[in-house]
Design a binder for this molecule. Structure first.
Ligand SMILES: NC(=O)c1ccc[n+]([C@@H]2O[C@H](COP(=O)([O-])OP(=O)(O)OC[C@H]3O[C@@H](n4cnc5c(N)ncnc54)[C@H](OP(=O)(O)O)[C@@H]3O)[C@@H](O)[C@H]2O)c1
Length: 323
């Protein structure tokens, strides 16, 4: 079958036309004919063995891709989570798929769920977001950040503050529901001062962070208190595009009512995962199908996988491979 295969850890995936088809082993498994698979950060870090969730032997040839859209034997179109999805056929588990509504195309449906997990799970479960809260999204110009702005708005955010380095994309977020922009390109003092000013006028309830690294340090510095009562802020780490480590002063933790947590595989309970599959993602599929959620994608050819794998896409568009 046609597939994108990583022959050795750390190599570029290769397009091949003669990879063996996968075989169903358990009664809860199904064979699916794949149609569209998005290229995401997690696919790259898992394929290279660097992601904390990477398991098993990655020294032999493997089909890449962890989720996507396909068609079951009975013709039902589904989004499914699994392994080895960037190929003509893949094996999935029955309880790890979502039937797609009419009106959403394969490419949009393949791109959306990872960004929904990367925004809604943090807002709803790690931060416990309530209607009328003020949300700051650090690194909002990426694909997941753009979805996060819309999800936060949909969940009833009163005010959404977005940070990023790309001025044009930051401006475009205003049309998606953002209220205020903070550029990460200004100097550290000005960046901190702007966040402090915002926090003083509209206390920030939740920070969801895709960048970590230096800007996370600056945002935490901006929250630092002076010994008087402070507003409770829940900071949720979702990604670490600009660094996996930060320096955190103990004084910040002592001087402010801060809840620091992370959202990703391993932090979610079984019940939260069930809600993601049964409630949250299906709802977002319906919104997208009714043009109430803007999802920016670019379809690309499976044959091009080697060239596309490491490509930087700078405007928050998701590349989706058509099988
Ligand atoms: N935990 C989860 O459930 C989950 C789910 C989805 C995603 N994530 C993680 O979230 C992160 C973002 O994902 P994504 O899908 O939005 O990726 P993406 O579309 O590639 O966006 C990357 C973002 O990082 C920004 N960026 C890159 N280098 C930067 C720098 N030096 N300074 C400032 N900003 C910089 C980009 O800004 P420009 O727009 O200027 O290029 C863009 O906003 C990744 O780490 C991903 O693994 C986690």
């Amino acid at each position: 079958m046609k597939a994108a295969v990583m022959y050795q850890k750390g190599d570029m995936p290769q397009y091949t036309e003669d990879f063996p088809e996968p075989i169903i082993c358990g009664k809860d498994e199904l064979l699916i004919s794949m149609k569209a698979v998005a290229i995401k950060h997690i696919d790259k870090s898992r394929a290279s063995g660097k992601h904390y969730s990477t398991t098993g032997d990655i020294s032999h040839a493997k089909v890449i891709g962890g989720d996507g859209v396909g068609v079951l034997k009975n013709g039902t179109r589904v989004f499914a989570l699994g392994n080895g999805m960037m190929a003509e056929k893949a094996v999935i588990e029955k309880d790890r798929m979502i039937k797609l509504p009419k009106g959403i195309d394969d490419v949009t449906a393949a791109a959306l769920p990872n960004a929904v997990a990367g925004s809604a799970m943090a807002l709803r479960f790690r931060a416990g977001m309530k209607k009328g809260e003020t949300i700051l999204i650090n690194g909002a110009t990426g694909f997941t950040g753009k979805i996060a702005v819309q999800v936060a708005k949909y969940y009833g955010a009163k005010k959404i503050i977005v940070t990023g380095r790309n001025e044009e994309t930051l401006q475009s977020l205003l049309a998606l529901g953002a209220d205020e922009i903070v550029s990460v390109k200004q100097n550290d003092e000005n960046f901190i001062a702007q966040i402090e000013m915002i926090h003083k006028s509209t206390p920030i309830d939740i920070i969801i962070d895709y960048l970590w690294g230096h800007t996370a340090e600056l945002i935490l510095e901006a929250l630092k208190g002076n010994g008087s009562f402070t507003h409770k802020t829940r900071f949720v780490s979702i990604g670490s595009v600009t660094g996996d480590k930060i320096q955190l002063s103990a004084e910040i933790l002592r001087s402010v009512d801060l809840q620091l947590s992370g959202s990703g595989m391993g932090s979610w309970t079984k019940d939260e995962m069930r809600k993601l599959f049964r409630d949250i993602v299906p709802k977002m599929f319906r919104l997208a199908a009714n043009n109430k959620l803007k999802v920016e994608t670019k379809s690309v050819d499976l044959k091009e996988i080697e060239r596309l794998w490491d490509m930087d896409v700078s405007d928050g568009t998701r590349l989706v491979v058509i099988i």
